[in-house]
Design a protein around this ligand. Structure first.
Ligand SMILES: Cc1cc2nc3c(=O)[nH]c(=O)nc-3n(C[C@H](O)[C@H](O)[C@H](O)COP(=O)(O)OP(=O)(O)OC[C@H]3O[C@@H](n4cnc5c(N)ncnc54)[C@H](O)[C@@H]3O)c2cc1C
Ligand code: HEM
Length: 371
């Protein structure tokens, strides 16, 4: 966007955040809910902790509008995903108005007509991409998929494997994620999770790790039971197998980052098999929560090699250390590489792979932090 001054937008927001602190999100939501009360029910019942998921993300995206070419596929997915909140085209101007009112309020005398025009233009580009994509899929795709939990298998005190059944088949590809709302336990709280089985059926397996103090993971690991209702958003993420590639695969997973790898291994098996090295990393033996399946798959498929690395458990007599470091000791030229785990694990692993000669463009990854 040659004519939008994104540097001015970033500077303006930095000043607003410095003056406003936590008040910025509070002002934004108060404005939105008072002027457009119909939007209140889209948000979680309790906003008291101001764990704001929208304002920060909104500003980060809008101030990067100069990279709109790279952002468009993401914005289209985001717009499609926003249908699950009940967001329709008419809500976009309302959110834009609340954003500008907030910025103007906290900018005080620094607010200028140029800033107003720049923010309006940038927001218009981003919201246009989102609402346009949402409208294009509206005829063919539901806003969400209803599902029931059919089994909860608590493997460790902080990891559960859930089986859920959808009413209709969900269109994810192996390796992709979707957001989940535990409608019975935590209405209107949505977080991303990643199916651990290949798509096509109505049963989906999810691997959930409890994050201390996190509402959704705590509900799914501690309280969920058969019969609880879920809603699932549309598929998200570019961690997918390239159909026209027969390059060997390297998969590196930390903890529940194993879920997308398992889905992709099942998909590869359906497609006839492909040379695959899987590295699974855990901190302790206890955390190898899906060991039976890892061993069964490695026995069943001659094209699959499984290495389990444990970082902090002296009882482990296999490879010891960080999974990315151990994997990076191999020779991976010509491989398609997938990395998934915590943000720290993913960052460290990608750094190691690149410094050991793996081209960056061959690496696809997903971080299981906040979206
Ligand atoms: C594409 C994608 C796919 C995902 N797939 C899975 C999956 O298959 N299984 C799974 O268990 N999780 C997965 N996640 C993470 C999941 O979406 C939630 O972020 C996680 O379950 C925490 O949700 P919560 O509501 O319990 O906590 P939140 O309210 O989201 O977070 C509570 C606090 O913990 C921090 N936090 C959030 N995540 C982490 C983390 N990983 N490590 C340390 N601190 C963190 C937050 O910053 C916040 O301060 C995925 C995330 C993404 C982006
Ligand atoms: C340019 C416009 C917008 C952008 C860039 C944007 C971006 C985002 C992002 C990145 C998130 C966090 C990820 C997620 O939870 O899915 C989010 C959450 C959300 N957005 Fe938007 N959004 C926009 C407009 C809207 C509109 C018009 C509505 C409807 C009123 C809306 C409603 C929500 C809701 C309800 C949440 C969840 C908030 C929570 O869980 O606390 N958004 N948005």
């Amino acid at each position: 966007m040659a004519d939008i001054d994104t540097a001015a937008l970033k500077d303006n927001f930095a000043a607003v955040a410095a003056h406003g602190g936590d008040g910025v999100a509070l002002y934004f939501y108060s404005y939105l809910f008072l002027k457009y009360p119909e939007t209140r029910d889209m948000f979680p019942p309790s906003m008291t902790r101001q764990r704001d998921r929208l304002v920060g993300a909104l500003v980060r995206i809008v101030t990067n509008v100069d990279k709109v070419g790279e952002l468009v596929p993401y914005l289209e997915d985001l717009g499609r995903d926003h249908r699950k909140f009940g967001a329709v085209a008419a809500h976009y101007p309302a959110v834009g108005e609340a954003l500008l009112a907030t910025l103007a309020h906290f900018s005080g005398d620094d607010w200028t007509s140029e800033l107003q025009e720049n923010w309006t233009a940038a927001y218009g580009v981003v919201s246009g991409a989102m609402s346009g994509a949402a409208e294009r899929v509206a005829q063919d795709e539901p806003a969400w998929w209803d599902a029931d939990i059919i089994n909860v298998d608590r493997r460790t005190f902080d990891i559960a494997v859930l089986k859920v059944r959808t009413n209709t088949v969900h269109p994810y590809a192996a390796g992709q994620s979707f957001s989940v709302e535990p409608s019975t336990l935590r209405p209107r709280e949505w977080r991303l999770y990643t199916p651990a089985n290949a798509p096509g059926g109505r049963e989906i397996e999810l691997h959930v790790r409890l994050i201390d103090g996190g509402p959704v993971s705590t509900a799914l690991v501690r309280s969920a039971a058969a019969g609880d209702k879920l809603r699932l958003g549309p598929p998200f993420g570019r961690m997918k197998l390239t159909q026209d590639s027969d390059s060997p695969l390297l998969m590196i997973a930390g903890s529940t980052g194993w879920a997308p790898m398992k889905a992709m291994i099942e998909q590869v098996a359906r497609d006839g098999g492909r040379r695959t090295h899987l590295y699974f990393g855990a901190r302790s033996i206890r955390e190898i929560y899906d060991r039976k399946v890892l061993e069964e798959l490695s026995d069943r498929y001659p094209w699959l090699t499984v290495v389990i690395a444990v970082s902090d458990d002296i009882r482990w007599d296999g490879p010891r250390g960080m999974v990315g470091d151990i994997a990076a000791e191999g020779e991976w030229a010509g491989h398609d590489v997938f990395v998934c785990g915590s943000p720290a694990m993913v960052e460290a692993t990608i750094k190691r792979l690149i410094s050991s000669g793996v081209p960056e463009q061959r690496i696809k990854f997903e971080e299981f932090g906040e979206a």
